[in-house]
Design a binder for this molecule. Structure first.
Ligand code: K7E
Ligand code: CUA
Length: 653
């Protein structure tokens, strides 16, 4: 009873009188003196009023969900991190380029094939460097159906279905070597764009570095997305050969600039290292010129050109539009941009392009109408060494915003403002596109890379927050040794001055970019229905058994098929007898149709763990190279008799 009264008082004080007073800026003095309790807590925890306000803006009581969901790249963890905003609660890691045992990802037969299908040569890739998640769009706004993400290290793009938040496809671009300008989608997700990064010979051959200018090339892939199958279709995809500059971030035009894509580049000097031979290191060799180039590409026309026989060359199985064809057909133009550009971000109305130069102090804003007018009038100031027409800097320029040292990336809000990350200053600048002026800056901790605002790269940004994706955290968290977590900082942008609300450590890989979607656009399934669905194909699994009486073991010579069911709290069969040297295929179906009734299938010493969500069928193959007795068991604590959910694989030697 005393406890109840105390709770009641505190709840009333925190959420009632004092909280309201604090939020209203009245200083937290409760009218009836009840504020003392909150102030005691504030004193005890050394919290300011701003801290309390920040807490109230992010605290999410049990049972409530977040209005926004953020999809962040997991960097070199090769995964995607799903985070609720503003609570900043981690909701899920999605295995993409790296095996993830909890999800059985990279452990069952289908996801093993999925991961291996994109591995070049005989080497099975077990990691990826994921940088840029891209939500699928309809009419330039997120539609909540699919997520794409690139792997910089191996030039791959993955497709994640948001029906179940699981990876369904990984494609590899053999011509690229590495990628960075992706994944980005066109406004109706006709194409997923993947721009390369470091030039290589596109045919995969060796060429001496002295042949850099002639044999090395950049390229951009246009992956055709088929929404009905939920897959990228390599047969309808194409690439464009680009000069051997280091192509960087890209963005697709929208509305007035729809049909075009913009790709930054650095190292237009074509410096390529060689410090041991007395050449300048790349970092200085690539920074000699005052200007690099933005590539302006007519992707819609390029798709038409690529569709006509004879216009493309097939290089390593990819249809590539040669550079000369792109020039002749008017598909490719260059616009000078200040020193070491990184991000290019199209405004929500598609009218302007904001470019950040890493070694510049400006945000450079180009006017799409001016670029288009120059293209139409063939108003060029020359061509690059490969013959690509160059539009004059002043011709294309709308204006520059004095923003600070080392700007990287920009997202937008719903009030006509841009938010640009400033790496060297460790700040975010909020600036007005209309007035071309910085309104305010807020420090971040530290070394910010990308930032993300809700739906902030679409036609309809939602405002409210900006999340800083900081590379360094240094002193923000408990010391966990030299490898320190990244720091995501949630900032309120609705207040007259931006207010930092929350620091969130990410201790697994480096999130580069993130996108934030309104939660009401997501509508994931709670289970696989009807029972027997395969997670990779999203089709009924041919080996599913949909009732316990179908469970069985079939032997065909040295091959054994085990058709198994899992339901609280047993596997059927719970005993599998085989001989050493047999190939055993387990086909396991979770018969449950209850949300969250997940079972696992762990088979120790054979490197097996499957995740069997309600209704899912998963398959795994084991070659019994050792005789012995091998318990298998459920790896999810599913019921009171979970520990009893086990069986034996008995291998006769
Ligand atoms: Cu880290 Cu977009 Cu790969 Cu900038 S990128 S920071
Ligand atoms: Cu099923 Cu534990």
């Amino acid at each position: 009873m005393a406890q109840e009264m105390w709770t009641h008082r505190v709840v009333r004080r925190v959420l009632g009188v004092s909280a309201v007073a604090v939020l209203a800026g009245c200083g937290g003095s409760g009218g009836d003196g009840a504020g003392a309790s909150v102030q005691d807590l504030m004193r005890a925890r050394n919290l300011s009023e701003a801290d309390v306000v920040a807490a109230l803006k992010t605290y999410t009581p049990t049972g409530r969900t977040d209005p926004f969901v953020m999809f962040a790249s997991g960097g070199h963890s090769g995964q995607v991190i799903v985070i609720g905003v503003p609570s900043m609660r981690i909701l899920k890691y999605i295995g993409v380029f790296t095996p993830e045992p909890w999800q059985g990802y990279g452990f069952d037969d289908q996801t093993k094939v999925l991961m291996a299908s994109s591995s070049p040569g005989s080497k099975k890739l077990t990691w990826g460097d994921s940088h840029h998640p891209a939500l699928s769009e309809t009419n330039g706004d997120y539609d909540g159906q699919f997520l794409f993400i690139n792997d910089k290290a191996n030039a791959r793009v993955a497709v994640i279905s948001l029906e179940d938040f699981a990876t369904t496809q990984i494609v590899h671009s053999p011509i690229l070597g590495t990628d960075h300008g992706g994944a980005f989608v066109t406004p109706n997700t006709d194409y997923v764009i993947e721009g390369g990064q470091y030039p290589v010979p596109l045919d995969g051959s060796y060429a001496p570095i002295s042949d850099f200018d002639d044999k090395y090339r950049g390229a951009v892939m246009f992956w055709k997305f088929d929404r009905t199958t939920g897959r990228l279709d390599p047969s309808r995809s194409f690439a464009m050969e680009l000069p051997p500059y280091m192509q960087d971030l890209s963005d697709a035009g929208k509305l007035v600039s729809d049909g075009w894509v913009f790709i930054n580049s650095f190292d237009t000097e074509r410096s390529h290292g060689g410090v041991m031979d007395g050449e300048p290191p790349l970092e200085s060799g690539a920074s000699q010129n005052d200007m690099d180039y933005m590539h302006v590409i007519d992707w819609r026309k390029a798709a038409e050109v690529a569709a006509q026989a004879g216009n493309t060359q097939t290089v390593q199985g990819v249809r590539v539009i040669p550079l000369s064809t792109s020039i002749d057909e008017g598909l490719l133009y260059l616009v000078p941009e200040p020193k070491s550009p990184h991000g290019v971000d199209v405004t929500p109305d598609g009218q302007y392009l904001a470019v950040s130069g890493k070694l510049d102090t400006h945000e450079t804003i180009y006017d799409w109408s001016k670029i288009k007018a120059a293209i139409d009038a063939k108003n060029f100031e020359g061509a690059d060494p490969y013959g690509v027409p160059i539009i004059g800097f002043q011709t294309a320029l709308h204006g520059q915003v004095e923003i600070g040292l080392g700007p990287l990336h920009t997202n937008w809000d719903d009030q006509g403002n841009g938010y640009t990350s400033i790496f060297i200053e460790s700040k975010i600048a909020k600036w007005s596109l209309k007035d071309m002026k910085v309104l305010e800056k807020i420090p971040v901790h530290y070394n910010i890379g990308h930032l993300a605002t809700p739906e902030g790269d679409t036609e309809h940004p939602k405002g409210q927050y900006v999340v800083a994706l900081d590379k360094w955290s240094i002193d923000r968290f408990n010391n966990v040794g030299p490898l320190m977590p990244q720091n995501m900082q949630l900032i309120d942008v609705t207040t007259p001055q931006m207010q930092l609300l929350y620091d969130m450590p990410i201790g697994m890989g480096e999130p580069h970019y993130a996108q934030i979607i309104s939660a009401d656009k997501l509508n994931a399934a709670q289970m696989y229905t009807p029972v027997g669905e395969n997670q990779v194909t999203h089709q009924p699994d041919p080996n599913a058994v949909t009732s316990e009486d179908q469970a069985r073991v079939e032997r065909h010579g040295r091959v054994v098929d085990v058709y198994m069911t899992a339901v609280r709290s047993h596997f059927r069969p719970d005993r599998v007898e085989v001989n050493r040297g047999d190939t055993v295929h387990f086909h396991i179906t979770n018969l449950e149709q209850t949300p969250d009734a997940t079972h696992g299938f762990g088979l120790g010493n054979y490197d097996v763990n499957l995740s069997l969500e309600a209704g899912k069928t998963a398959n795994v193959t084991v070659v019994t190279d050792r005789a012995g007795v091998f318990p298998y068991y459920c790896t999810e604590f599913c019921s009171a008799l979970h520990l009893e959910m086990m069986g034996y694989m008995l291998v006769k030697g």
